[in-house]
Write a protein that binds this ligand. Structure first.
Ligand code: ZN
Length: 93
């Protein structure tokens, strides 16, 4: 299968544990992230998405569409959202 959105993510996202959650800023000073596949913008305000599937460390984000399109290939495991941040939570006020 070839898809313009695929460029080697299986090296680090295959069988990853993902959690569906509201977008949170990963690190102070950042204000958005991009979907690992379609590059859609995750942001608290003004982006394409305000929630999606994140890795446990909140570092990588995947939008719902891409999740649906690639979940069978990547064999992702969904873990329940515990609402406890993996990194110190920084909320934009
Ligand atoms: Zn996407």
């Amino acid at each position: 299968m070839t898809d313009w959105r695929l460029h080697g993510q299986e090296r680090y996202l295959r069988q990853a544990e993902l959690c569906y959650r509201t977008y949170e800023i990963y690190r102070k000073g950042w204000d958005h992230d991009h979907c690992e596949f379609c590059q859609g913008k995750f942001a608290i305000q003004g982006g394409d998405f305000t929630e999606g599937y994140a890795t446990a460390d909140h570092y990588r984000w995947i939008c719902k569409n891409c999740y649906m399109d690639f979940k069978d290939i990547f064999d992702w495991k969904i873990i329940p959202s515990d609402d406890r941040p993996a990194s110190p939570v920084i909320r934009a006020q």
